[in-house]
Write a protein that binds this ligand. Structure first.
Ligand code: ASP
Length: 435
């Protein structure tokens, strides 16, 4: 009998987790059992992925840069990567603005639903505002200062400092290229080997993915808000999801035009990473899997993927920027505000920057949304309006964040002549081998 492909196994795990939790939610003991005995396995699964994110960035980037062998191809690739990331983000915000302006979801929120939501979620929204205020107190160049760590071990001790680790790895890689080969060889071989070990760890963790997502989805279902709230925010959620779906179509079109690869090739290559992004709401936790899929299943050579993807996971968040645009305009509509064309252009700029600044962890996009609201003069109290549905939308936007990184890695690889055939054609044999 033909074995199921990995993404189907993960999908079955997700659906089974939801069904299991739904069957138990109405019992008095079910949610407790899920919280105490099922959720921990989801947490262990996410932790095992996060565990390898920092070593993966270090090993992959250093290996990637030294494989390039010269600084000029590094700067060429770096420039292409950044330009592609900025263009896709601006397209994402524009799609978000277009959808929310056409559908006008804010107009359909009744006055008392608005008051109810603000009362119910005012406190939660306040904590996001405070988190944002802490970031705002800093000077205009704080982001630049934050890029350079004063201690690499301290930087590497938190997944929130990925940009600092990336900075160190790029700096280290450049220095490694510049020293004589007989001196650099041992160091380079060490990072090559380390990279292989970590990719193998990803394979091993992926064997547990269907069970991990089962636990994650079951825990999410028992913690989900009531269906009534979902209904009240239905049009808003619809706009975000529609925008995200259009973005996916945009990626597939780009891939088809620039690399000739079909949408089906793209989807079946990246699907397991997308499903994990959905289950974990974290592009950082998904990074090891994105890396493995893009390199082994989508034909991007390692020296490109190991440079483009860690940077993308940290700064390229098309799903997040699209959501920030939709959310900002939705809140403005709900408060009866009209946004001028100039303000909307400003939203494109601020949402682009806010998505770059968002950490690749659950809920980060909402903290950075505060800055977008502040810029456009939209009441920050409006965050409470969207709080109830933020987690499911976070799950969806993280899929797009990860897909955007994969797309750009294919485009950059193509432009550098580094897009080949996938090294693993039959996924099942690959995972069987691991077992
Ligand atoms: N959860 C998103 C990510 O990790 C960020 C966000 O939009 O909150 O990519």
């Amino acid at each position: 009998m033909k074995k199921l492909e990995l993404h189907w196994k993960i999908l079955i795990g997700m659906v089974a987790g939801i069904a299991f939790a739904l069957a138990l939610t109405n019992t008095s003991w079910g949610p407790g059992i899920i919280g105490d005995y099922v959720k921990p396995f989801g947490t262990i699964f996410i932790n095992s992925l996060k565990l390898i994110a920092i070593p993966l960035i270090l090993a992959a980037l250093i290996k990637g840069i030294t494989d390039l062998r010269d600084i000029s191809s590094l700067s060429k690739m770096g420039l292409r990567t950044i330009v592609a990331y900025i263009i896709t983000t601006v397209v994402a915000v524009s799609i978000g603005l277009a959808v929310v302006s056409i559908v006008k979801p804010g107009g359909s929120i009744a006055e008392d639903t608005r008051t109810e939501l603000i009362e119910a979620y005012g406190g939660d929204a306040e904590s996001k505002r405070q988190a944002a205020a802490m970031q705002k107190d800093a000077g205009p160049l704080q982001a630049l200062i934050d890029l350079v760590p004063s201690n690499i071990f301290e930087a590497a001790s938190s997944n929130r400092n990925m940009l600092q680790v990336i900075f160190f790895a790029v700096f280290f890689g450049i220095a490694l290229i510049l020293i004589p080969e007989e001196k650099s060889k041992t160091v380079k071989d060490f990072f090559d080997g380390l990279n292989e070990v970590i990719l193998k760890m990803v394979d091993l963790i992926m064997l547990a993915a269907p069970y991990g997502v089962f636990a994650l989805m079951a825990a999410l279902v028992v913690e989900a808000p009531s269906a009534d709230l979902f209904a009240a925010l239905g049009w808003y959620a619809f706009c975000v999801v529609l925008g995200l779906a259009l973005m996916l179509v945009f990626y597939m079109t780009l891939v088809k035009i620039f690399t000739g690869r079909s949408p089906q090739f793209f989807q079946s290559g990246i699907a397991p990473a997308q499903l994990l992004a959905f289950s974990t709401s974290s592009s950082a936790a998904t990074l090891p899997v994105t890396m493995e899929r893009v390199t082994e299943h989508m034909g991007v050579e390692e020296e490109v993927s190991s440079f483009v993807l860690p940077i993308g996971a940290t700064i390229n968040m098309d799903g997040t920027s699209l959501y920030q645009a939709v959310a900002a305009v939705f809140i403005a509509q709900a408060f009866g505000m009209d946004l001028s064309f100039g303000t909307q252009l400003g939203i494109i700029a601020t949402a682009t920057l806010a998505s770059i600044g968002s950490a690749a962890v659950p809920g980060a996009g909402m903290v950075m949304l505060v800055g977008v609201l502040g810029y456009a003069g939209i009441p920050e109290a409006g965050l409470a309006l969207i709080f109830a549905v933020d987690r499911p939308l976070d799950m969806c936007r993280t899929i797009i964040n990860v897909s955007g990184d994969a797309t750009v890695s294919m485009l950059v690889a193509k432009s550098q002549g580094k897009l080949g055939e996938p090294s693993v054609k039959n996924w099942d044999d690959h995972y069987e081998e691991v077992k």
